[in-house]
Design a protein around this ligand. Structure first.
Ligand code: ZN
Length: 165
């Protein structure tokens, strides 16, 4: 099963979004169906990456709601504080209100909370972008992403059974 089919069968929002991108967005937000209004701000940058069969916002991959929590969980392990984590996330991934979610997650982490803006800035080093990639394996869609230099995380998301939002 392709990612497109897997996502389409279980994630109505992504299916709607894909159709809307192909059809074009209306001129007024009120003419957009409610489920897609969170994407209104990004409407000019939303596109379908046919090569990888994913929806993108610029260079960022639009992440399914069911995977956001896992992305946040991995991101937070960097313990860089809300601002840096948000910068890092914005290099690679997108979902509506992502900045709010990242900030909220960082606030709930003790190690991140120590990294307040008053904290002395750490020496500048080149940041490796968060690498996000979708792979099909045995009928499952797998989101791979890598932060730090360290481990790549293998998120096994079975879209055929996973329906949580
Ligand atoms: Zn943290």
């Amino acid at each position: 099963m392709s990612w497109r089919k897997a996502a389409a069968s279980t994630d109505p929002e992504m299916t709607l979004l894909r159709e809307q991108i192909l059809a074009g967005f209306p001129n007024e937000k009120c003419n957009l169906q409610a489920a897609l209004r969170p994407y209104w701000c990004a409407r000019d940058r939303l596109a379908i990456d046919e090569a990888d069969d994913v929806i993108v916002v610029g260079a960022r991959v639009v992440i399914l709601k069911s995977i956001c929590a896992a992305v946040l969980r991995d991101l937070i392990q960097m313990h860089k504080g809300a601002i840096k984590l948000r910068q890092r996330a914005r290099m690679s991934v997108y979902w509506p209100k992502m900045g709010v979610d990242v900030a909220y997650t960082a606030r709930s982490c003790k190690k991140c909370a120590k990294r307040l803006p008053s904290h002395p800035p750490e020496p500048l080093k080149p940041h490796k972008p968060l690498r996000v990639r979708l792979k099909n394996k045995m009928g499952k869609s797998i989101l791979l992403f890598q932060i730090h230099n360290s481990d790549s995380t293998n998120l096994d998301s079975n879209f055929t059974t996973e329906k949580k939002t």
